[in-house]
Design a protein around this ligand. Sequence first.
Ligand SMILES: Nc1ncnc2c1ncn2[C@@H]1O[C@H](COP(=O)(O)OP(=O)(O)OP(=O)(O)O)[C@@H](O)[C@H]1O
Ligand SMILES: [Mg+2]
Length: 217
Amino acid sequence: MKLLEARNLSHHFDYPLFSDVSLSLDVHESIAIIGVSGSGKSTLLHILSTLLRPDSGTVTLMGRKIETLKNRALVNLRRNDLGMIFQSHYLFKGFTGLENLEVAAILANEPISQSLLEQLKIDKVIRQKVTELSGGQQQRVSIARVLTKQPRIIFADEPTGNLDSETAQEVMHLFESYIARHEAGMILVTHDEPLARRCQKVYRLEGRRLVLIKGRE
Ligand SMILES: Nc1ncnc2c1ncn2[C@@H]1O[C@H](COP(=O)(O)OP(=O)(O)OP(=O)(O)O)[C@@H](O)[C@H]1O
Ligand SMILES: [Mg+2]
């Protein structure tokens, strides 16, 4: 079964953003989406991750068509199966990094992995308040929080945007090994083309179309 199947998506805000966008994600697969600023990448990711309804087209996640799901089923799907790492990360600001992770761990009934914190190099700062962390540290806490949930699909919007290239490579490696070891896949939006090319499939959003530039449909 496909983790994600999108068919003929189109969307507009003040003007048409894209139309006839189709893609599918298999287990153990990663897909990157690149494209100039404003081309609609984040919007597409919001649609794929159930946060926004497209003008037309369908999204099916783990065999379930999103539009047919009742609110409760949708909430459960997001909570249990989807991991979202977005440009603005929604950490609880008054809490420490660790408290943020504990919320995710309790909701998902999964332990917090010490080695995950070490790999992300946040084990030393995890007891500090989120507001006392650098942008890149906050980004890595939100990555740790998402991986703690053990999602089926990771949706990541510029997850390495605040990181130096060495740390970005390590974070990418972490995603890759997570996907390899779980029945999971990833859709990554990035401006970093070399990073994007580590994914099995790479698409560019251009001229209102999603164009495959690496891999096979
Ligand atoms: N909620 C909204 N209401 C109105 N217009 C919006 C909304 N969200 C996005 N847009 C517009 O849609 C276009 C695409 O935005 P989007 O955030 O998807 O681009 P992007 O490709 O992710 O860009 P970037 O690389 O800068 O993050 C932009 O022109 C933006 O202003
Ligand atoms: Mg964006």
